[in-house]
Design a protein around this ligand. Structure first.
Ligand code: ATP
Ligand code: MG
Length: 206
């Protein structure tokens, strides 16, 4: 009989300890979640997705946060945001897809290689834990072209350092990314000057 009650006492103790452990873990999770970075997606057909991301960068820099940008677009044409943020290269790390790349293969293979290199760069920034905010501008576009695997990208985003927030921009955000995100904003196109033949404007569009 003594043995049975020992057994009962041990079982009850084990249950209680499991409860205490579960409560403790839940508290740690909640505390972590409170200052954990967010995954934000700016998508839709209207103008403003990248602009909103650059506006958020200004907001973050205002608080002394560290910021990284990877632009998943071809080429190196000059854009006002780069011209501006280059003045603050001590505060912001900026990469453009294709920079320093050797263009010696067919176009599609070349684009895929450039996208993969840019994604490697992005992953380095995301896992390092040095950044509060990282903008992956037009990542949705290379996903739409199939240059990167959506599941691999979503897994990479989920595996980022917990302190780091990431903004992904571009039309046609894939469903898996929308599901994974903490915030999804769709910019709707109501009217755009391009519809009346007005070309992209310096200081407004680039
Ligand atoms: P922005 O960089 O101005 O915030 P965006 O990131 O929302 O624009 P993108 O899909 O990256 O939009 O396209 C960038 C370029 O295409 C910009 O020059 C922008 O003005 C133009 N653009 C965006 N939406 C439209 C539209 N609905 N019709 C025509 N041009 C558009
Ligand atoms: Mg954009």
């Amino acid at each position: 009989m003594g043995d049975r009650s020992d057994l009962e006492i041990n079982e009850a103790h084990k249950r209680r300890m499991a409860e205490v452990q579960a409560e403790h873990r839940a508290r740690i999770r909640a505390a972590k979640a409170a200052d954990a970075g967010l995954l934000l997606v700016h998508t839709g057909d209207g103008k403003g997705k990248s602009t909103a991301a650059f506006g958020t960068i200004v907001r973050a820099l205002g608080w002394g946060h560290s910021v990284g940008v990877v632009q998943f677009i071809k080429g190196n044409w000059e854009v006002g945001e780069r011209r501006f943020f280059d003045r603050f290269d001590d505060l912001i790390t900026w990469h453009t897809m294709g920079e320093g790349f050797t263009w010696d293969t067919q176009d599609r293979a070349r684009d895929i290689a450039a996208a993969e290199a840019a994604w490697q760069t992005a992953q380095g920034l995301m896992t390092g834990g040095d950044y509060d905010l990282i903008v992956l501008d037009e990542l949705n576009i290379v996903l739409r072209y199939g240059y990167l695997d959506v599941d691999a990208v979503v897994a990479g985003l989920a595996g980022r350092h917990p302190r780091t927030s990431v903004i992904v921009t571009g039309r046609d955000a894939p469903e898996a990314l929308r599901q994974a995100a903490d915030l999804v904003s769709e910019v709707a196109a109501v009217r755009h000057p391009f519809d009346r033949g007005i070309k992209a404007k310096r200081g407004i569009d680039f």
